[in-house]
Write a protein that binds this ligand. Sequence first.
Ligand SMILES: NC(=O)c1ccc[n+]([C@@H]2O[C@H](COP(=O)([O-])OP(=O)(O)OC[C@H]3O[C@@H](n4cnc5c(N)ncnc54)[C@H](OP(=O)(O)O)[C@@H]3O)[C@@H](O)[C@H]2O)c1
Length: 184
Amino acid sequence: MIGAGGTIGKMMTAALHGHDVITVGRNTGALTFDISEDTAVENLFKQVSPIDAIICTAGDSMTTHLSEINKASFMVGIQQKLWPQIHLVLSGIKHLNDNGSITLISGKMGELPAKGSSGKAFVNGAINSFVMAAAQEMPRGIRLNVISPSKASDINEADLIAAYKRCLTTPVNGEIIRVGYHQQ
Ligand SMILES: NC(=O)c1ccc[n+]([C@@H]2O[C@H](COP(=O)([O-])OP(=O)(O)OC[C@H]3O[C@@H](n4cnc5c(N)ncnc54)[C@H](OP(=O)(O)O)[C@@H]3O)[C@@H](O)[C@H]2O)c1
C-alpha cells in the first residue's frame, strides 16, 4: 500500500484488517521508497514480492491557473503521479501472484474539472485512460482498476472503503471507480 500515511491512504488502511498490509511512503510507512524513481520501484518489488495486491494512493500534481501554468507545472504531475503509477503496473505485474489486483488513484478533476485544475485534470484523465486500455492486457488473471475520489471532505469513508474492497476482492477489471462525486 503505497501512500498509506496520506489523507486518502489513512482513510482506508485501517479497513484492510485481515490482510497482511505493507505500508510504503516517501518518508513514512514500514518501507520508504520514492516511487518517482524507477530503480526504487524495482527495488521495492524485489523486497516485498510475491504479493497479492498493489494499492497506490500516492502522487502529486499541480493546481495552477492556466495563465500561470508552465512546462514545469505539468511535469510535476507526469513525473510524480502519472509515470510512477504506470511504472508500478509495468513492474508490478512481474511480481504479483496470479489473479492479483492493482488499484491506482486518479481524481474527480480528471472528469469534472474546476477552473485552475488543468495541471491535475490531464494527469487524472491519463491515468484513467491508461487503466481502461492496459486492463485488457493484464496477464495471469491480474486485474487493474483506478479509484477516482472527489476531494477528501466530500468522501464518505464507508464508500471509499467499499470501492477499495471491490477492487481487491471482486472480478472487476478496467474500471474507474468514482467516490464522492455526488456530495457538494
Ligand atoms: N485528498 C484529496 O482530497 C484527493 C482528492 C482526489 C484525488 N486525490 C489524489 O489522491 C492521492 C493521494 O492524495 P492525499 O491527499 O492522500 O495525499 P497526501 O496526504 O499528500 O499523501 C500522499 C501519500 O503518498 C506518499 N507519497 C507521495 N509521493 C510519493 C512518492 N513519490 N513515493 C512514495 N510515496 C509517496 C506520501 O508519503 P510521505 O508522507 O512519506 O511523503 C503520503 O503517504 C493524490 O494522487 C491525489 O491527487 C486526493
